[in-house]
Structure formats: structure tokens, C-alpha cells
Design a protein around this ligand. Structure first.
Ligand code: UDP
Length: 327
């Protein structure tokens, strides 16, 4: 299938592009390189374009006879979304709408959308199912939920089939440690602890040690980027026979911030200076996924079920790219 990968030069999009090509699909990357890296895209067609450019999107879809769109191009910083909501709604909502409009005009009806656990807000449950109420508490999660709702209604017109995949904490490096995480600025826990272990930063701050969890720090469900990609492939395939797929993607096991730090220390063999800091605004104490729906309905099975295995791949990538991608 010819798949337009919006945001295909980013962390998850570049991994997906490689996996699509390896599975007999023809990915075409569309990216403005505002966050992504040209060096993360190998051996596939690349269109340097902005998602606000309806004409270019439409032309690209028509010229390349695109059959499906995977949409990874979004801003991802929760804190930034709170301080700059308009920027987030412009990119994550308005630009996604432009993609959907171009798809409708070009007659492309398959859409795989990167959604997020942030649509659930602060859920008061152990494992989160797809039915858990959606109460996003920041513009990041809200903009993703808006796009899901637009897809729901557009799907009812029969002009769209979509898969909304709600990621928990994406991490690790794919393609045998060749495609890793390189955000500027970096805000995610695993790369930041690795930077501390590599001596690229002085310490790692724990944002809150008084949460109602076993060791007082937040618990998250860390899922390897390759497992996200395998779920996308299955989601795309499912759209041959179904109109709507909505699934959580996590491994169903939570790790605390302290456990993540200890695991990086173990994998790297380095010590890391830890500073206990204030809570970060908008952090729910626990976010863990019930992903049984993806397993049942898509036949998905995560390959990486231990945090150590995930961190080993990230450690390998960061050590082979100490300054990140070259461009
Ligand atoms: N965190 C932390 N120190 C950091 C970065 C993150 O303690 O320097 C915590 C954060 O508060 C959250 C967890 O690590 O509880 C995972 O945060 P991350 O930003 O990686 O992902 P999020 O859960 O926000 O999507």
C-alpha cells in the first residue's frame, strides 16, 4: 500500500516508515523538519512540506496515488501546551483537519492517527480501558481528543476509515538501535536519565516524591517504539475490513520514576545523581494501559515486555549518537 507518513522524520514516524518499507508497503514521508530529522529517513520518497499547506498535501496524495495516511506530526509537550494552547490547537488540531480535508478531496479513506493516553486526563482507575471517560486536562490531550471526535463523525459519512491508537509512554530505539529519540528540547524521562548517565547533564530531577504510589513517584506504562509500529501495521490492515479501530497501546505494567532511574543505572553501569524536585503540573500519579482490546481485535502482541530490554535499545542508540542525529 502507498502510505503517506505525516511526520515521518520524527521519532515514531521514522521508525514506522522503516517498518512499512520492510513489510512491502511504499511509505512517502511528508515532514516540515521543524522537529524531525532528515537523517532519520532512509531510502524512501521525501516531501518537505508543511501540514498547513492544503494544496501541497492534495497534490502529494494525488501524484503518489496515496491509499492511506499515517499521522504522527504533532507537538508533544504537555507543559508547553498549557502555556501555548493556540500553538497546539493550530498544529495538532487545525493541521490534522487540513490533512483530513486533503484526504477527502483526494479520495483517500484510510487514516491511522497517533492519539494518546492524555485523552483520559486523570483517570481514577488501575488499568485504563478504551471506555474509561475521556477528560483531557491539557491542550495536548484535548487537541488529540478533538481529532478523534472529528474522525468519529467523518467515519459516519463513509468517507473515512480510521484507527486511533492511544499511546502510553513511547520509548526505546528501533531498527536494531539505529532509529532513536532526539527531541529538542528533550523532556522525556528515559532519554534524560540516559543523558545523566552519559554525563551530558549533571543530574536527573524527580518531579514529585509524594504521590500515592509505592515509592512516592509517578508510575507510567513504557512501550517500545517497535511495538507501537507493529500495532500501526495491524491497525492499517484492519481498515480493509472495518471502519473504526480505537485501541490503547501499552504493555499493561507500570514502572515508577525511581524504577526507571535504577534500570538506566543497571543497563549503563553508571551512577546518576538524583535530585528530588516539585511535582510537575498536570502529572497523574499512575497511567497504565489495558491493551487487551488491541491484542484481541488486532492480534497485537508487544515484543518488549521488560523495562530493561527497552532501555537497552535506547542506551545503545544514545551511545552511538551522542549528539543526536547529524541533521
Ligand atoms: N519525569 C521526571 N523527571 C524528568 C522528566 C520526567 O520525574 O526530568 C517524570 C514525569 O513527571 C512523569 C514521568 O517521569 O511522571 C514520565 O514523564 P515523561 O515526560 O517521560 O512522559 P509523560 O508521562 O509526561 O508522557
Amino acid at each position: 500500500m502507498k502510505v503517506l507518513v505525516c511526520g515521518g522524520a520524527g521519532y515514531i514516524g521514522s521508525n514506522m516508515t522503516a517498518v512499512l518499507a520492510q513489510n512491502g508497503h511504499e511509505p512517502i514521508v511528508y515532514d516540515n523538519l521543524s522537529k524531525g530529522h532528515r537523517a532519520a529517513v532512509h531510502g524512501v520518497k521525501f516531501v518537505h512540506g508543511d501540514l498547513s499547506n492544503f494544496e501541497l498535501l492534495l497534490r502529494t496524495m494525488r501524484e503518489h496515488r496515496i491509499e492511506a495516511v499515517m499521522h504522527f506530526a504533532a507537538f508533544i509537550e504537555v507543559g508547553e501546551s498549557v502555556s501555548q494552547p493556540l500553538r497546539y490547537y493550530r498544529n495538532n488540531l487545525a493541521n490534522a483537519l487540513t490533512v483530513l480535508e486533503a484526504m477527502e478531496n483526494a479520495g483517500v479513506d484510510k487514516f491511522v492517527f497517533s492519539s494518546t493516553a492524555a485523552v483520559y486526563g486523570m483517570p481514577d482507575v488501575g488499568l485504563i480501558t478504551e471506555e474509561t471517560p475521556k477528560n483531557p486536562i491539557n491542550p495536548y490531550g484535548d487537541s488529540k481528543w478533538d481529532v478523534e471526535r472529528i474522525c468519529q463523525f467523518q467515519c459516519r459519512t463513509r468517507r473515512l476509515r480510521y484507527a486511533a491508537l492511544r499511546y502510553f509512554n513511547a520509548c526505546g530505539a528501533g531498527q536494531d538501535g539505529k532509529l532513536g529519540e532526539d527531541h529538542t528540547p528533550e523532556s522525556h524521562l528515559i532519554p534524560l536519565v540516559i543523558y545523566a548517565a552519559m554525563g551530558k547533564r549533571a543530574d536527573i530531577k524527580i518531579f514529585g516524591t509524594d504521590y500515592p504510589t509505592s515509592d512516592g513517584t509517578c508510575i507510567r506504562d513504557y512501550i517500545h517504539v517497535e511495538d507501537l509500529c507493529s500495532a500501526h501495521l495491524l491497525g492499517l490492515k484492519a481498515l480493509d475490513s472495518t471502519n473504526e479501530v480505537v485501541c490503547n497501546l501499552g504493555i499493561g505494567k507500570g514502572y515508577s520514576v525511581r524504577q526507571v532511574i535504577d534500570t538506566v543505572k543497571k543497563v549503563s553501569g553508571k551512577d546518576v545523581k538524583v535530585v528530588e524536585d516539585q511535582r510537575r503540573a498536570g502529572d497523574p500519579p499512575v497511567l497504565t494501559a489495558d491493551s487487551s482490546k488491541a491484542m484481541r481485535e488486532l492480534g497485537w502482541k508487544p515484543k518488549y515486555t521488560s523495562l530493561e530490554g527497552i532501555i537497552e535499545t535506547a542506551w545503545k542508540w544514545h551511545n552511538s549518537h551522542p549528539d543526536g542525529y547529524e541533521d
